[in-house]
Design a protein around this ligand. Structure first.
Ligand code: NAP
Length: 490
């Protein structure tokens, strides 16, 4: 796949700071590569501490003016940004498929999905209400206002290069915050293109600032934001380990945090489930983005009477998946993001097999296609002592576990420090009510594998983090409450 954009100016190699496109200090750059081929797509700015500071300075200068804009003026700018994102779907999808590897159909879907958050928060911007508190004493009036928290640092992972950053920037701008952003090392180009479109939409200079960086330099840059008391909030999507690090390191300036962290989602198929629907739901939830999603079912629990039938149905669907580079219109699974990811998947599968799992489909690298490809895999007879049970595999591997009773399924499902998504299939509505309540997860799919929506509150419990993105709750993370008590009114 070649980098040919309809609008070449959407390929940005510089940072966006204070409304200008600028090199990183010392003109440092690093290569962004295509995971399908290992070839360099572009050299992006390699930002460090000084660049982060310049971005914060710009966000600080812009903050007063932006928070004073009328909500409907902010909404209008977000609506223009949304329209530009949609208009440039093909270029954004191309950039995303090139730097991340997901099939073009999925990239186009992600553009629409990310854009939907911008449209949503354009509307929510005009609905930030406060309260007039019922009077408690004569001559006194008490009010609660919602105000923007201030400068927001947005740090995002590589698996959804557009949606993750869009769903942070949109509520932040809607709330009246200014933003400094850093996408993942592997996938900065989509985020920089989004910043370019924000500029075209009329986001004022300094309101949105975007830096790219290699891993090492990125840690330095984020370190500056963590220590800077002007940055009042960190909104982060990524691994639990890094989320905990950010929580510790931002404690010195007591920043507000939203942490969308790792998952280890259970997917339970009860004996009374519609098995075809369950397989279809699992295919959608498990194999999207090659299994590199935080809401991916990682452990599939199937009740004993339907275990063999379910395994058969699933194996047939998984063997039919087309693995190919993003350019192939038939592609359903692309390459994994990098060699480290493939090594982890291999380690998980080898460990499971060595502990007694059998491979129904896949179970190998697809080295002939390139070093980052791994075959979609179904494992039977997975057990609790395997790595696939305890860690996010983050790849196209579906391990099947057999269970007998409902109590056992709930216990197994909740036996993890994580609590992002959980799924289950049943036709029994009493069981549905009970299980939905008993699962320790922020997001539950009941007879449904596709749970994401801009209108829904997305986020985890336990070590999957805190904060919610999307929905009418999504603005709360970017607002703080000011209570004004007015006296002597009599
Ligand atoms: P990651 O290693 O935690 O990285 C996420 C972001 O943090 C990247 O921008 C990364 O930069 C940066 N980063 C890494 N170490 C840092 C440090 N010490 N200081 C400051 N920044 C640092 O996660 P990932 O591997 O990119 O993404 C996969 C993880 O994200 C999985 O655990 C997945 O479940 C989770 N995820 C969660 C959600 C959700 O909504 N809950 C959604 C998607 C993904 P570099 O790229 O340069 O390392």
């Amino acid at each position: 796949m070649e980098l040919r954009l309809q609008r070449e100016e959407l390929l940005r190699r510089q940072n966006f700071v204070g409304g200008k496109w600028v090199d990183a200090r010392g003109r440092q750059r690093y290569p962004v590569t295509n995971p399908a081929t290992g070839k360099v797509i572009a050299e992006a700015a390699n930002s460090g501490r000084a660049d982060a500071r310049a971005a914060t300075d710009a966000a600080h200068r812009a903050a007063g003016h932006w928070r004073e804009r009328l909500p409907r003026e902010r909404a209008e700018i977000l609506r223009r940004w949304h329209a530009l994102i949609v208009q440039n779907t093909e270029d954004l999808a191309t950039l995303m498929s090139l730097e991340q590897g997901k099939p073009m159909t999925e990239s186009r879907g992600e553009v629409a999905y990310g854009a939907s958050y911008v449209a949503w928060f354009a509307e929510e911007a005009t609905r930030i209400y406060g309260d007039l508190i019922p009077q408690q004493q004569r001559g006194k009036q008490m009010r609660a206002f919602k105000e923007p928290v201030g400068i927001v640092a947005a740090i995002t992972p590589w698996n959804f290069p557009l949606a993750m950053i869009a769903r942070k920037i949109a509520p932040a701008l809607a709330a009246g915050c200014t933003v400094v952003g850093k996408p993942a090392e592997d996938t900065p180009l989509t985020a920089l293109a989004l910043a370019k479109l924000a500029e075209e939409a009329g986001v004022p200079p300094g309101v949105l600032n975007m830096l790219s960086a290699s891993r090492e330099r990125g840690i330095e840059a984020v370190g500056d934001w963590l220590a800077d008391e002007r940055v009042r909030k960190i909104t982060f999507t990524g691994s639990t380990a890094v989320g905990k690090y950010l929580a510790r390191e931002s404690a010195g300036t007591l920043k507000k945090l939203s942490l969308e962290l790792g998952g280890n989602a259970p997917f339970i198929v009860f004996e009374d489930a519609d098995l075809d629907a369950a397989v279809a739901g699992l295919m959608a939830a498990k194999f999207r983005n090659g299994g590199q999603t935080c809401v991916c079912p990682n452990r599939i629990y199937v009740q004993a009477p339907v275990f063999e039938r379910f395994a058969e149905l699933l194996a047939a669907r998984v063997s039919a998946l087309k693995v190919a580079a993003a350019t192939d219109p038939q592609a359903q699974i692309g390459p994994m993001i990098n060699a480290k990811a493939v090594a982890k998947i291999s380690r998980h599968v080898d460990d499971a097999v060595s502990k007694g799992a059998s491979v129904l489909v896949g179970g190998t690298r697809l080295a002939a296609m390139g070093e980052n490809y791994y075959a979609p895999t179904v494992l039977k007879h997975a057990t609790n002592d395997m790595l696939v049970t305890c860690e996010e595999t983050f790849g196209p591997v579906a391990p099947l576990y057999r269970f007998e009773t409902d109590e056992e399924a709930i216990k197994l499902a909740n036996d993890t420090p994580f609590g992002l998504a959980a799924y289950f299939y049943t036709r029994d509505m009493r069981r549905a009510e009970r299980v939905a309540r008993q699962l320790d997860a922020g997001v539950v799919g009941l007879n449904e594998g596709a749970v994401a929506s801009e209108a829904a509150p997305f986020g985890g419990v336990k070590e999957s983090g805190y904060g919610r993105e999307g929905s009418r709750y999504g603005l709360d993370d970017y607002l703080q409450i000011k209570y004004v008590c007015q006296g002597n009114l009599d």
